[in-house]
Design a protein around this ligand. Structure first.
Ligand code: NAD
Length: 242
């Protein structure tokens, strides 16, 4: 039985994680921490693993505390920089950490498939669709997809457009010139399409998130396997054998 503490337990993701940990026969929820609670509860209640879905500054503190006290950490909070990853690597000497910007296994697979397909196609564009309250564009998943595809292939056909009637009609030029289009729509949750083209064929890879339960199988993979992957792991790919 893996003993789990959740930081951000009262949040949208935190509540879902608490339910998931309680419902799974292999995990036990031993600490729920939100604002004004002390991380010391993790030690008092003997947590093996801490899961964090909060905000960046809080997640940094959770990581430092877990590393210092030999507790494994599974972090879903987004926004970490490369400098943060360097700090975390120094902090985790006695326990392990997984920091995954996307726990939806379908999204992780979509990115991997797009990366695999990239060298075989001449053009690629990414369309991401999100709810109307999202303030940043493009989404982190879209930028990450473009980066991975650009790293897999630098050879893409140049954009033929010489005149845009509406500025931005061709989307934003990401790494290697891969175009990213952000749609904001009432009724949408989080969806992404990667379209790749070669002579006589196109390939479309699409992932749709309909609610937060989509993240829970990935969180459980993290909780159950973080002890098996030494040091600090970024992204769920390694845990899924991708
Ligand atoms: P939310 O605002 O609903 O929840 C955040 C929670 O953190 C709140 O309950 C808040 O009270 C708590 N909190 C704030 N300060 C705290 C402190 N000092 N100590 C303890 N708890 C504190 O947000 P959310 O929608 O649940 O998202 C949380 C994070 O998870 C965001 O960074 C979001 O981008 C990320 N996220 C990641 C994934 C993924 O797959 N990795 C999926 C969804 C969301």
């Amino acid at each position: 039985m893996i003993r789990v503490g959740v930081v951000g337990a009262a949040g949208r993701m935190g509540q879902e994680v608490c339910r998931t940990i309680e419902d799974d026969p292999g995990t036990e929820l031993v600490a729920t921490i939100d604002q004004d609670d002390s991380l010391d509860l993790l030690i008092t209640n003997g947590a093996d693993v801490v899961v964090d879905f909060t905000v960046l500054d809080v997640a940094r503190q959770t990581l430092a505390f877990a590393g210092e006290n030999g507790i494994h950490a599974v972090i879903g909070t987004t926004g970490f920089s490369d400098d943060d990853f360097d700090d975390v690597r120094a902090e985790f000497t006695r326990s392990n950490a997984l920091i995954a910007p996307n726990f939806a296994i379908g999204a992780v697979l979509m990115i991997r498939m797009a990366e695999l397909a990239a060298p075989h196609f001449e053009t690629a564009e990414i369309l991401e669709f999100h709810h109307h309250n999202k303030v940043d564009a493009p989404s982190g998943t879209a930028t990450h997809t473009a980066e991975r595809m650009a790293a897999a292939s630098a050879e893409w056909l140049a954009d033929p457009t010489t005149h845009e009637v509406y500025p931005g009609a061709r989307g934003g030029a990401g790494p290697a010139g891969i175009r990213v289009h952000s749609v904001r729509m009432v009724g949408a949750v989080a969806n992404q399409e990667v379209i790749l083209g070669a002579m006589g064929q196109t390939l479309t890879i699409r992932h749709d998130t309909t609610n937060r339960t989509s993240f829970m199988p990935g969180v459980l993979v993290g909780v159950k396997h973080v002890a098996d992957f030494p040091g600090v792991t970024i992204g769920l790919d390694t845990y899924l054998g991708l």
